[in-house]
Ligand binder design. Sequence first.
Ligand SMILES: *[C@@H]1O[C@H](CO)[C@@H](O)[C@H](O)[C@H]1NC(C)=O
Ligand SMILES: *[C@@H]1O[C@H](CO)[C@@H](O)[C@H](O)[C@H]1NC(C)=O
Ligand SMILES: *[C@@H]1O[C@H](CO)[C@@H](O)[C@H](O)[C@H]1NC(C)=O
Ligand SMILES: *[C@@H]1O[C@H](CO)[C@@H](O)[C@H](O)[C@H]1NC(C)=O
Ligand SMILES: *[C@@H]1O[C@H](CO)[C@@H](O)[C@H](O)[C@H]1NC(C)=O
Ligand SMILES: *[C@@H]1O[C@H](CO)[C@@H](O)[C@H](O)[C@H]1NC(C)=O
Ligand SMILES: *[C@@H]1O[C@H](CO)[C@@H](O)[C@H](O)[C@H]1NC(C)=O
Ligand SMILES: *[C@@H]1O[C@H](CO)[C@@H](O)[C@H](O)[C@H]1NC(C)=O
Length: 618
Amino acid sequence: MKTTVTLAVIAAGVQAQEVYFTTTGYTARPQCTQPPATPSYRFQPFSYTLNETVRYATSIPSPSTTATFGPGYKEAVKMMNTKLSTTTWGSWVPGETVISATDTADKYGQAAWSSQWAQASLVNYTAVGLYTTTVRPTPVPTSELVLPPRDYFGPSDCYDFPQDFAFGVAGSAAQIEGAMGLEGRAPSLLEKIIQTGEPKDYVTNENYYLYKQDIQRLAAMGVKYYSFSIPWGRVLPFAVPGSPLNEQALKHYDDLINYVLEVGMLPVVTMLHFDTPLYFLKDANISATPDIGYNNGGYWHPEFVDSFVNYGKILFAHYSDRVPFWVTINEPLLYSFNFTGINNVVHAHAQLHHFYHDVLNGTGKVGFKLNDNFGVPKNPENQTDVDATNRFNAMQLGVFAYPICLGQQYPESILNTLPGAKPLTDAELKYIRKSTDFFGIDPYTATVVSPAPGGVEACSKQNTSTNSLFPYCVTQEWTNVYGWDIGYRSDSYVYITPTYLRSYLFYLWNTYKTPVIVSEFGFPVYDESFRDLPDQLFDSPRSQYYLSYMSEILKSIYEDGVKVIGAFAWSFMDNWEFGSYEAQFGLQVVNRTSQQRYYKKSFFDLVDFMGARNGLGY
Ligand SMILES: *[C@@H]1O[C@H](CO)[C@@H](O)[C@H](O)[C@H]1NC(C)=O
Ligand SMILES: *[C@@H]1O[C@H](CO)[C@@H](O)[C@H](O)[C@H]1NC(C)=O
Ligand SMILES: *[C@@H]1O[C@H](CO)[C@@H](O)[C@H](O)[C@H]1NC(C)=O
Ligand SMILES: *[C@@H]1O[C@H](CO)[C@@H](O)[C@H](O)[C@H]1NC(C)=O
Ligand SMILES: *[C@@H]1O[C@H](CO)[C@@H](O)[C@H](O)[C@H]1NC(C)=O
Ligand SMILES: *[C@@H]1O[C@H](CO)[C@@H](O)[C@H](O)[C@H]1NC(C)=O
Ligand SMILES: *[C@@H]1O[C@H](CO)[C@@H](O)[C@H](O)[C@H]1NC(C)=O
Ligand SMILES: *[C@@H]1O[C@H](CO)[C@@H](O)[C@H](O)[C@H]1NC(C)=O
């Protein structure tokens, strides 16, 4: 995929050593096979055209068959070797439940549950939004399903998606559900992490009660897969093995999954999406600076592995018959905190994969989902930059994927840099090897990498408090070697970088030899949240992002031989971005006063692109 190098000094002022992949001349037009035409001028009658050839979105067909991916609950639960009991706890009303509950002797009782909330001591706690019970869905009016005007430019590829390509949209619980202290949910890290004036996750989009309407809106657009997360603290409010299950939560997600199937869609379930039960952090300093990642997600906790595996098995037992794709932990690097956290994630993931396939004989897929804005060397001809880039990508991806995909040891860079890092034993590697059915990647954008000032080696001997570039020890930038931005910039860290996506997919497939799912990708249009509603809805830059990325995925599949088996757009609606509503990643606008949703243009464009290429999966 390297272009022919014609060395030429293209302009005065450009230093010879700065010229890397240069060539002169204009963009080639391989599509133009005829000689250029000559104009022939003439007069003709004129009439106004309104172009009212209205097209509507095509909703998903009703299901005709139901596929099964695992044993039903009765069979599965026998394989668990644990006694499961269920109960209900009700809802947290600040100052009330804690007083009225009298079962103080029961360590998993109402009083104990309430005291978790009291101990969380959250600021400005809001119990409910507009809804306190599931809203009955109504069909989406056809007037909302009229396609928007097309953008002038667009992809011109001629490929169709492979038959079984899994296309869908994604979201995560804490970013959309609200109903934080209702129906038995226990507090999670995400309520605690924002304690200043910024928006909290207490109410958000009220999807906990509006899920049917939200799913109905996806089906009306023709989307096949819905990727969502289940909050651990709803299912197991006391988190640990042996503690009772929350009957209301189990029913809720059972109903959600059934509703997804009823409208003709398929569910993709993530078990942990940053919302660690606060239990694992109750004595920890959640503001402490991590050795690696952004936050202290409690994955290092001595009880984490057994507890997470127990929770994961419970989800499998209840839902594996109906779920084709499972993700254990979302973007684990970001909340791993230190080497212990990483090591725990690797072990917990492998145990769940083994349980699913070796014990339950599940026929769906279980995988992970990693973050890493693809590191690309500042100068690909400079070995120092290439080495720094390999280190950057290995520390973010290889740390999980060397053992899980390849059965290989943690990267040298991890072992040599992270405090307390220890190699896996041969027996551990044997057990962990190939414990994933897909490589989920959230390749939002690319990052230009070069070594840290003073060099990688010196930096790697320091620590987070003495060097802000620790532990990767690289400089990250978003301009290329000539000073141009790497692509059109969004409201935050995302730049439109479709061609880097293609080289990223090439890198992943050929390095980790595992089928790839683009498990999240999306674009927060600059300043979108400050615009009037009609202008928010006409989101051409997001369309450009999605269509160019999907187009590059097609080229990756057909021209590079890369096995990409699915893509889930982030997000199906604007949501709570960890303390903010400003960087909007959604395919729909949400009015959080009325809880009304509005489709954006990019949603129509993306689904139309997929449908035109046989990519919707039906
Ligand atoms: C109307 O649609 C036709 C056919 O697609 C196109 O050629 C023409 O440019 C459109 N006119 C306007 C004003 O958009
Ligand atoms: C709590 O709510 C009050 C009133 O709405 C607001 O002024 C204050 O900034 C909020 N404090 C925090 C920390 O969110
Ligand atoms: C928690 O960690 C932060 C950041 O490292 C530090 O500033 C703070 O003093 C710590 N708090 C406690 C109570 O240790
Ligand atoms: C899984 O397959 C094994 C061997 O074929 C069998 O012993 C076991 O009962 C099966 N488990 C379930 C849950 O069907
Ligand atoms: C390669 O990159 C490094 C670090 O960015 C720089 O110090 C070095 O001079 C470069 N080497 C060449 C041959 O350009
Ligand atoms: C990770 O952090 C936890 C909590 O602070 C600590 O107990 C553990 O020892 C740390 N692990 C390493 C390898 O530093
Ligand atoms: C970081 O390194 C400095 C200088 O070597 C040392 O004084 C400090 O104790 C280290 N901090 C941590 C958290 O290891
Ligand atoms: C959101 O909904 C409220 C209540 O219906 C309405 O007053 C407000 O104008 C809406 N906001 C926007 C930006 O449309």
